[in-house]
Design a protein around this ligand. Structure first.
Ligand code: HEM
Length: 500
């Protein structure tokens, strides 16, 4: 009897292996059959063998040198995808032929409502409605009052540096420090929470974000699968936000909303009231549950946690590291901010003043060119698309725009590995330089939080540079965290703050 079972088991295993091999053989012939040059895949992993050994950023960086051509086939596991690397193809996919590429490829399953219903992950047709409802939260007028809140957090940032890294001589972890700052600004400007982790208080938002921004092996693997193998992530029920985190965010939001209702307070500076209004305005089918309206609203609040904390803290970390190694550029930035403060007679510069700081904007842009937080832009093809006479991209095939191939192209940016803010000094701020500069993406799905993110960085940089001289503390260049999906410095990054 045992023998018969073992024999059956043996043949089941052999058949499964043979089936997988046949499937792999057929899948891995996809690009060859279409005459498209492709990166040689390895069994099961396809071209994802690098995962957890090097960052997605480093993979994209090396890819452009390994495959210096307009487009190349790759395999995400067994799934064929296309990597494109020219400004013209970026323009067609992101903007001109958007109707063929409306959604992102990544996915966090339905068991994670905050992760799957937020503007970044949500698919059409819900996306269109959400983008329309959310856009008024990102106007220049709204950002002006939010800047006042950000400035208060930037003061706390300056104080923390003095307290911990100068007086107590502790080692700074730039990424952690700036994640505290961006977490506080989101807590303050979105949720109306006045408890600041930068002031060593038990911030409820930091309770969530500190776990999200720690790129442990498992967190890195979970995020990588959500971004690059969403079908596997859905099968394994992987999530951006755990159930506990979702419940916590919900409680936190309603505590504040109810408190305000009871006290008869209304505060239009942060976004609590606007999010409640968004919920009222949602046009959902009559049979939808009230849970869906709640989830949709909270998912949009959660987008600040996903979209803002990681990206802006990464830009600040790399920017400070570059400034520490570029004393001449640092001096120019210092003089610009100092001159603006003296001219305006203000201790803290406000929205309009910060927008005038051209050299500061150039430092930010050059950092985002060289250390682009999001290395590639993903879309999924939703109907067959004729790319040229040789290739039709089939429905269901993911297309990735390799942003690093554009940002590091000598023809667009001479000596691309050098950090030179001057490159951006005379460029209009919103210019994508003919699709060669895409740190915020492009087209209808470009980053809705671009101005919010830029202001978060401006407010912090403008206050830091007048208080501290920045000196190197680590070798140049800064390495990248191998587990991070969005670029992050290895071990957080470090510099020396010297009081001016
Ligand atoms: C320096 C800061 C930031 C960088 C570098 C950045 C970068 C990006 C990039 C590259 C995309 C993809 C665009 C595309 O696919 O074409 C994106 C999308 C998005 N970002 Fe940001 N981002 C930043 C700050 C923020 C902030 C502060 C928020 C806050 C709400 C935010 C929310 C979003 C959302 C919701 C999307 C998806 C938009 C849509 O699909 O309609 N981002 N961001």
């Amino acid at each position: 009897m045992l023998n018969t079972i073992l024999t059956w088991l043996f043949w089941i295993v052999v058949s499964c292996v043979l089936l997988i091999c046949a499937y792999g053989y057929k899948s891995y012939g996809y690009w060859k059959r279409r005459g498209v040059p492709y990166e040689k895949p390895f069994f099961i992993f396809g071209n994802l063998g690098f995962v957890m050994r090097k960052s997605v950023w480093d993979y994209c960086y090396e890819f452009k040198d390994r495959h210096p051509r307009d487009y190349t086939g790759i395999f995400l596991g067994f799934k064929p995808a296309l990597m494109v690397q020219t400004p013209e193809l970026a323009r067609r996919i992101l903007t001109k032929d958007y109707e063929y590429f409306q959604d992102r490829f990544l996915y966090s399953g339905f068991s994670d409502p905050l992760g799957s219903l937020n503007l970044f992950t949500v698919k059409n047709p819900i996306w269109k409605n959400m983008r329309h409802e959310l856009s008024p939260m990102f106007t220049a007028l709204r950002l002006k009052s939010i800047t006042e809140l950000m400035n208060q957090n930037a003061v706390q940032l300056v104080d923390k540096i003095k307290r911990d890294y100068i007086d107590k001589k502790e080692d700074v972890n730039l990424k952690e420090l700036f994640s505290m700052y961006t977490s506080d600004t989101v807590a303050y400007s979105v949720f109306g929470i006045r408890v600041s982790v930068l002031n060593d208080q038990p911030s409820p938002l930091w309770f969530i974000t500190s776990n999200m921004v720690k790129w442990t092996f498992w967190r890195g693997l979970e995020f990588t699968l959500i971004f690059l193998m969403p079908a596997v992530a859905t099968f394994l029920r992987l999530k951006f936000f755990s159930e506990a985190a979702s419940d916590y965010i919900k409680k936190m939001f309603y505590n504040i909303a109810n408190e305000r209702k009871q006290m008869g307070q209304s505060n239009d500076k942060d976004l609590v009231n606007h999010l409640l209004k968004l919920k009222e305005n949602l046009r959902l089918p009559a049979d939808s549950s009230s849970q869906l309206a709640d989830d949709l609203m909270l998912a949009q609040a959660a987008v600040f946690i996903l979209g803002s904390i990681e990206t802006s803290s990464t830009v600040l970390s790399y920017c400070l590291h570059e400034l520490a190694y570029h004393p001449d550029e640092q001096q120019l930035l210092y003089e610009e901010v100092k001159a603006a403060k003296s001219k305006l007679g203000k201790e803290v510069l406000q929205y309009d003043d910060l927008m005038e700081l051209k050299y500061l904007t150039a430092c930010m842009n050059e950092t985002m060119r060289k250390h682009t937080p999001v290395a590639y832009l993903d879309r999924i093809c939703n109907q067959d698309y004729k790319l040229n006479d040789d290739l039709t991209i089939e429905k269901g095939v993911p297309v990735f725009v390799n942003v690093l191939a554009l940002h590091y192209d000598e023809r667009n940016f001479p000596e691309p590995t050098k950090w030179r803010p001057e490159r951006f000094l005379y460029q209009p701020e919103s210019d994508n330089l003919q699709y060669t500069f895409l740190p915020f993406g492009e087209g209808p799905r470009f980053c809705i939080g671009k101005r919010y993110g830029m202001m978060q960085i401006r407010a912090a940089l403008a206050q830091l540079i007048v208080k501290y001289k920045l000196e190197p503390a680590l070798p140049y260049p800064l390495g990248n965290d191998p587990y991070a999906v969005i670029l992050a410095p290895a071990d957080g990054g470090k510099i020396k703050f010297v009081p001016r």
